[in-house]
Design a protein around this ligand. Structure first.
Ligand code: DC
Length: 228
C-alpha cells in the first residue's frame, strides 16, 4: 500500500523536520523540494547567470543534475558531484531563491524532476510550497503548516546558529517575511493552501507533537485506503 503525503507552508513552519519524522515513521522516502530550488539558485549564482534571465535559468533547470544521498537523520545534496548541502542554506541563497522560483518556465522544468522523485513504489513525503496544489494534487494526505512569524523566525535563527551560521534574529525575521510575500504573490503556482488540505498551526506545538499529529493522520488515511 502506498501513501503520498504533501506538506506545504511558509518558511520556518517546521515542514522539513516534520516531513523527515513522518517519512521515517512510515518507512517511505522524503523529498525536500525547497532544496531543488535552492540548488538551482546556487548553480545560477556560481555560473554568473543573471537572475532575471528566465530562459537561461530554465535551461539550467533542465540540466540540473541533483542527487539526494541519505545521511543519518538527514540527507546530503549533491549537484554535479559537488556536495552543496551547507552552501544552499547560506543567507545569500535564501535571499535569492524566490527570484528564481517565480518563473513559470523554471517551475515547469523542475516539476519534471519532482515528478520523477515522487515515483517510489512505497509512496513519498514531499514538502514545499505547491506540493498539494501542483506536484501531488492526488496526495492521500495534504497538510498546510503555519506558525506565527516570530515563532518561525526564532526557529530558523536557532537552526542556523546550530549549523554554524553567524546570523541576527531580526535579519532572519525580515528575510522570512520577504520570502513568504514573494512566494505568495508570484503568479506561477504560488504558496497557498490546497482546498482539501488540513491546516496545522505549530506555534504552540513542539516539532515532536506536530510530527505525531501528522503521522497519526497518515496512519488513519492509510487504514481507510486499505478498507476501500
Ligand atoms: O523550503 P525552503 O525554504 O528551503 O524553500 C526555498 C524556496 O524555494 C522558497 O522560498 C520558495 C521556493 N520553493 C518553491 O517555490 N516551491 C517549492 N515547492 C519549494 C520551494
Amino acid at each position: 500500500m502506498t501513501i503520498k503525503v504533501a506538506i506545504d507552508g511558509p518558511a520556518g513552519a517546521g515542514k522539513s523536520t516534520i516531513a523527515k519524522h513522518v517519512a521515517r515513521q512510515m518507512g517511505i522516502p522524503y523529498v525536500d523540494t525547497g532544496a531543488i530550488y535552492r540548488s538551482l539558485t546556487w548553480q545560477s549564482v556560481n555560473a554568473n547567470i543573471p537572475l532575471d534571465d528566465e530562459n537561461a535559468l530554465a535551461q539550467l533547470a533542465e540540466g540540473l543534475d541533483i542527487l539526494f544521498i541519505p545521511d543519518g537523520e538527514s540527507q546530503r545534496v549533491i549537484v554535479r558531484g559537488i556536495d552543496i548541502t551547507q552552501a544552499i542554506r547560506e543567507p545569500e541563497i535564501s535571499g535569492k531563491v524566490s527570484l528564481v522560483a517565480k518563473y513559470p518556465q523554471v517551475r515547469r522544468k523542475l516539476l519534471a524532476i519532482q515528478s520523477m522523485l515522487s515515483q517510489s513504489a512505497l509512496g513519498v513525503v514531499m514538502d514545499g510550497r505547491d506540493i498539494g496544489t501542483s506536484i501531488l494534487p492526488d496526495a492521500d494526505v495534504k497538510i498546510f503548516l503555519t506558525a506565527k512569524l516570530e515563532v518561525r523566525a526564532r526557529r530558523r535563527f536557532e537552526e542556523m546558529k546550530r549549523q554554524g551560521f553567524d546570523v541576527e534574529l531580526e535579519k532572519v525575521l525580515l528575510e522570512l517575511e520577504a520570502r513568504d510575500q514573494a512566494d505568495k504573490q508570484r503568479k506561477a503556482s504560488p504558496l497557498r493552501m490546497a482546498e482539501d488540505a488540513v491546516a496545522l498551526d505549530t506555534s504552540l506545538l513542539t516539532i515532536e507533537e506536530a510530527s505525531a499529529m501528522v503521522a497519526a493522520l497518515c496512519e488513519v488515511r492509510l487504514k481507510n485506503k486499505g478498507v476501500q
